[in-house]
Design a protein around this ligand. Structure first.
Ligand SMILES: [Zn+2]
Length: 276
């Protein structure tokens, strides 16, 4: 069972309004202010999954600043998920810097959201290790859903959207602060995996998983093998970062060179176990 654990969708109305949204949302503008940055809706994702023979996908929202865009996106993701049970698995967008964020988060949970993300606290202006981050982790723990953190490399080339997520250090601190709550460090966790070689760090983060989203844009072809080597195949989730990359071609690269059992775990088994 193949499962893409990192995809992004926007409602068609937001795709049409991207210029005006970019005018009022700085984080959105950074990435999608460029008209060449692709935005996809559900039919495009479903066609990609079918063509690439990937059975299901976790669908993430964008870390919008304002409630209006957050609500619109959450309603869309939950609605398309309800129409495609078992194929589109929705996550909800939250902005814990807003006073009433928890109400919106609970509405999305009631509609079937299986996680919160992709979280970019730096873009939205809240502290993942502060009281807002603590409340979000409690809510996720109470609901049994995951937190999916945008994580970025502290070095290397810059690109739109590199900042705003967690550093390797923050990812480890956030996950060890709430070890009962499933957490995913996107984009190979921004290098956090290396520190799981430290026995006390590994012991403190049994909840921390890593997705492979955009790996082929960031790392050379040995990066996934190094990740698996350090953290173990049971903590690695295939994710593409669709529509930035397409699921089929990414999956092929991600599982290349692994034995059948490891490939199966990374390609979908782990995501099914932890996220669905
Ligand atoms: Zn990301």
């Amino acid at each position: 069972m193949t499962f893409d654990a990192h995809t992004h969708l926007f409602p068609p109305a937001q795709a049409l309004a991207r210029e005006s949204i970019a005018g009022r949302d700085l984080g959105f503008r950074e990435i999608y202010g460029d008209p060449g940055a692709v935005i996809a809706d559900a039919p495009v994702l479903l066609a990609a999954l079918q063509k690439d023979e990937v059975e299901a996908a976790l669908v993430l929202g964008f870390a919008f600043a304002k409630e209006r865009e957050i609500t619109e996106q959450n309603e869309y993701l939950c609605a398309v998920a309800a129409e495609t049970p078992g194929t589109i698995v929705p996550c909800a967008t939250v902005n814990p810097a807003l006073p009433d964020w928890e109400r919106e988060a609970r509405i999305a949970l009631d509609k079937g959201a299986r996680g919160f993300g992709e979280l970019r606290p730096g873009t939205q202006g809240w502290d993942p290790l502060g009281s807002e981050g603590g409340r979000l982790a409690s809510l996720a723990g109470e609901a049994g859903v995951a937190l999916i953190w945008h994580s970025s490399e502290p070095v290397g080339h810059s690109y739109p959207g590199k900042e705003g997520g967690l550093s390797a250090r923050e990812l480890i601190e956030v996950s060890s602060a709430s070890p009962d709550v499933k957490m995913v460090g996107a984009h190979l966790g921004g290098g956090a995996s290396f520190y799981l070689s430290m026995p006390e760090v590994r012991a403190a983060t049994p909840n921390l998983l890593f997705d492979t989203s955009a790996a082929s844009l960031l790392y050379d072809s040995g990066a996934i093998a190094s990740l698996v080597d350090v953290v173990g195949s049971d903590r690695v989730l295939f994710g593409s970062d669709f529509p930035l990359r397409w699921p089929g071609s990414e999956l092929k690269k991600v599982i290349s060179g692994f034995d059948a059992a490891t490939s199966k775990a990374i390609a979908g088994e782990n995501a099914r176990k932890h996220l669905c």
